[in-house]
Structures are given as C-alpha cells and as structure tokens.
Design a protein around this ligand. Structure first.
Ligand code: XMP
Length: 515
C-alpha cells in the first residue's frame, strides 16, 4: 500500500474536480483531492508522482483569486493545469491572461500543433472535439513555454514548458465530451508521471477499512443510521469491517416505508452479519404529520423527528464519538464548498444537522465516489443484486408521494399500488432499465363505475423516469401495454383507487418526486 504512486489534485473550486479524480481512479491510479490552500510542506509530505491543478470560477487577476506557492514548480514534480490551472501557471510564469472577447462554453474543436508526451498517440494538425468552459484565455505565453494546440478562439488551448515538466490545457479533459480527454490524462499519469496502474476498488476497500480502524480508538464507538439502501449499507459494512461490534447500526421505521420494507431490511442486515437496533417509531411520525399539508413542513417534521429519535437511541450507548454516513459525492457537490473555493448551489436534504447537534465526528467513506462506483464496491462486498441496483428512495419516504396530508389509510393504498408498480416493472424487465418507477397518491376523488356500481375513489399517478444522476430527468416512454397492465392491476387490486394516470413531465421544470 505504501508504494502506491499518487496523483495530487489541487482544487481551485471547479464543479468538475471530482470528475478528474474519478477518471484517474478509472485509469487505475490513486489520487487525492486537496484544497489549493494547502502548504508546500503538506504537498511534499504527500509525495505525489504528479499534480493536477483543477479549474475554478476565479480570474487569475482577481484580487482574491487563489494562487499557489511558486516553490511548487521547483519540486520537479510534473504538473498539469486544467482551465484556471493552466491560466495560473501562465500567470505565475509571467505570461498574460485576459478576459476573452468570445467566451467558450461547451463543445469546441482543438487543432493539435505539436505532439509531445501529453499528446502521444494523437495526430498533428488534426482537429479534436473538446469541452470548454471559460471566460478568460491565455493571451501571451511565458518565456520557455510553447503552444501545443489552439481553437478558433484560444491561440493557446494547450501549452507546455520547454525546461520543466509543466503542462496546461484550457479545455476539460475530465469531461466525457472531450473525446481525447482520457488519452490526455492517461498520457499525463503514465507517460509523464510514470505511474503504474495498481489502484482498484479492492484497494479502495482495503485502504478505507484501514483508515477507519486507525481513526476510531479502541474504546470509541461509531453509530450509523441504516436505511437498507445501498449507500448506508455499504458504509455500515466498511465501518463494521474496521471496528467490528463497536459499530451501532440503527434502523428507524418512520411508518413511511414501502410494503414489507422493515422486514426485508432486517433480514438483509442479518444475512450481512450486521447487528441492527430496530426502532419502530411509526406512530410518532404519523401523529406529528397529522393535519400537515405543506410539503416543506412535512419534510421538516420528518427530518427533525428522525434526529430526535436517533439521538435518543444513540444516547443509550457510551463512548459514541463518530457518526458514519453514506454521503456520496453528488450529495456533497451541491451542499458545500468542497475543498476549494467553489460556489454553493443548494443545501441538500440529507447532509443534516445531526453531527453538530450530537457533537459527533463524521465518517463518510463514500464521500468522493459516484453512485456507479459505490455499486461496484457493493458487488465486491457481496451485496445481493436487488440492493446493488435498487432504485433510489427518498428519506421522507412515502410522505412525499402522498400529496397533502398523510394518514394510515392513504399510506396503505399507496403501499399496495407502489408494490404493484415495482413487481410488474421487475417482472417485465423494466425495473433496472429506468432510474425510478413508483406510484403517487393524488388525494382527489373521481367518479368511476365498477360492476355497475358508482365509485368515488382516489387517483394514482405512475411516475417513471430515466436519469443519470437525479439532477435532470425525462419521463420514460413505457409501452402502452405496460401502462395498461399497471393501470388494470392497480384499479382491480387496490381498494380505494378507481383511476390511474401517467406523469409525462420532465425535470426540470417538474421534479422527480411530487413533493
Ligand atoms: P427531486 O424530487 O428533487 O429528486 O427531483 C431527485 C432525486 O432525489 C431523491 N430525493 C431524495 N433523496 N432524501 C433523499 O435521500 C430526500 O429528501 C429526497 N428527496 C428527493 C428522489 O427520489 C430523486 O431520485
């Protein structure tokens, strides 16, 4: 483990810094992201084989723009600057960076002017598709630098230094739309930094377990809220491997779970060898939700009640010092300024107030990973397919799928309708093809006729979307036969429903969940 070659990524605040780390992991090399503000000493101690400067929202000539200790360039460690990173290298070495008259956002074509190690395998004078996102551009190169590529609007779209292992690209090689991106990153880490590809998901598991066991002292305990979903389950397994019975897993039934869910979660945890403390708090949640119609108010009550119950359970144990959470990178990017000076976009519902309130330190082993990477780990840890590939389910559960007030009757109707959707989607081979497929209860009664009798019952909406990450989504064009089958089954088998509709809204402007 000690002989691992490492790439250090210095974060200057780009929204795609994690993607750089991800691409490097995919190439089989270990990388870590650190803030651009870390000291030279820390960089030396980290002993990287190569350094990447990420992009960022600033302009190098801004008063408070993040800079870099110039001595980093004397370490003789290869450096690749991406976008802001490339501009920073230019600026530090005396070149000129200015606001570009024509900004470049999105696809552009670069023309390769010279082939060197960074562009090994590419063709001179050929144009390649790249993804750009910048206001500023390099106007004049510093002494001893030369241009490797240009675009229509950037004469210095890629640069290199003649007498030091320094490289810069104005475009983003980490983004999949840059067709030569992986090639360039791979050239940087293998041809220039001379790394070997010896990092993989088993090494991730090994390293994470080792780190957790070093952090948590022998008399300390870790607490974890299990939901039965992949993120919290994988987190609990990793922590359990590290601290064994000093992990306390708590599963709170908030009364807003799907049909048979509590029983299934408990059985799964037993199979995985995790001891779980089961707390049935359904009646508390439901009584607090009585009469509440506003979606945000419902979410707030559920969140606060969860914290209260969890805290009460946690206090029954001594020496609890850590809270393990299954936070993934997409949860983090939106909620905090990650390592460097990035812009906060919105506060996510799951990264909550619990640790501060309970004075706990956080263990978030999946914080730098994307969902598909967590799925790979889950498979390696032996989790069953239906957990690894399960569709996302929101923390506030069925409460955000019942419009308006939540009560036991509506929950029971929704549970039955939802179970039919899931069962049929699985049976017909669609469940794993889509991002989410579920039922929503619309608390409006409409007139129907069943066996010559007038009915007056609720409406169920079916929501089925495809998405990469839940941030944007499109409704799935399910075949009519499937919609017909779902509608027939729900109306025939679920008492209290006489009408089914299909939601054909995309996100944005709608959201995936109805509340
Ligand atoms: P929306 O409804 O915002 O949902 O389009 C995007 C994705 O997030 C899930 N979701 C949640 N997940 N806690 C969660 O863990 C929540 O409070 C929550 N709200 C929405 C939703 O199911 C979809 O996949």
């Amino acid at each position: 483990m000690e002989s691992l070659e490492k790439i250090l990524i210095l974060d200057f605040g780009s929204q795609t810094t994690q993607l750089i780390a991800r691409r490097i992991r995919e190439l089989g090399v270990y990388s870590e992201i650190k803030s651009c503000y870390i000291s030279l000493e820390e960089i030396k101690n980290f002993s990287p084989s190569g350094i990447i400067f990420s992009g960022g929202p600033s302009s190098v000539y801004d008063k408070n723009a993040p800079s870099i200790d110039k001595e980093i360039f004397d370490l003789e460690i290869p450096i690749l600057g991406i976008c802001y990173g490339a501009q920073l290298i230019t600026h530090v070495f005396g070149g000129k960076v200015e606001k570009s008259e024509k900004r470049e956002f999105g696809l552009a074509y670069i023309e390769i002017l010279q082939i060197n190690k960074l562009f090994k395998g590419l063709r001179k004078n050929k144009k390649y598709k790249v993804w750009m996102s910048h206001n500023d551009r390099i106007e004049k190169l510093p002494e001893n630098f030369y241009a490797l590529a240009r675009t229509e609007n950037s004469p210095f779209a890629a640069i290199a230094c003649k007498n030091k292992p320094l490289y810069g690209v104005q475009f983003h090689p980490e983004v999949i739309h840059t067709e030569i991106g992986t090639k360039i990153l791979s050239n940087f880490i293998f041809e220039i930094c001379k790394c070997k590809a010896n990092w993989n998901m088993p090494s991730f598991i090994e390293k994470t377990v080792k780190e957790i066991s070093e952090v948590v002292k022998k008399n300390e305990r870790v607490i974890c809220a299990l939901s039965g979903g992949i993120d919290s389950t994988v987190t609990a397994i990793l922590v359990h491997k590290a601290v064994d019975d000093r992990l306390i897993s708590i599963f709170v039934n908030n009364g807003l779970l799907r049909k048979n869910e509590p029983e299934e979660v408990l059985a799964l945890m037993k199979n995985l060898g995790l001891k779980v403390r089961y707390v049935d708090a359904s009646s508390i949640f439901l009584s607090r939700l009585k009469g509440v119609r506003d979606p945000e108010e419902k979410r707030k009550i559920i969140g606060e009640t969860f914290i209260e119950i969890f805290e009460k359970e946690a206090q029954k144990f001594e020496n609890v010092k850590y809270l393990a959470q299954g936070t993934l990178y997409p949860d983090v990017i939106e909620s905090t300024s990650f390592r460097g000076p990035s812009v906060t976009i919105k506060t996510h519902h799951n990264v909550g107030a619990l640790p501060e309130k309970m004075n706990l330190k956080l263990i978030e082993p999946l914080k730098e990973l994307f969902k598909d990477e967590v799925r790979k780990i889950a498979e390696l840890l032996g989790l069953p397919k239906h957990i690894v590939w399960r569709q996302p389910f929101p923390g506030p559960g069925l409460a955000v799928r019942i419009i308006g007030e939540v009560d036991e009757e509506k929950l029971n109707i929704l549970r039955e309708a939802d179970a039919i959707v899931t069962e049929e989607m699985l049976k017909l081979g669609w469940y794993y093809k889509v991002w989410q497929s579920f039922a929503v209860l619309i608390p409006i009664k409409t007139v129907g006729v069943m066996g010559d009798v007038r009915t007056y019952e609720y409406v169920i909406a079916i929501r089925c979307v495809e998405s990469q990450d839940g941030m944007t989504a499109d409704w799935v064009k399910l075949p009519y036969e499937i919609l017909e089958r779902l509608s027939n089954k729900i109306i025939n088998e679920v008492k209290g429903v006489n009408r089914v509709v299909y939601d054909i809204s995309s996100k944005p402007p709608a959201t995936i969940e109805w509340e």
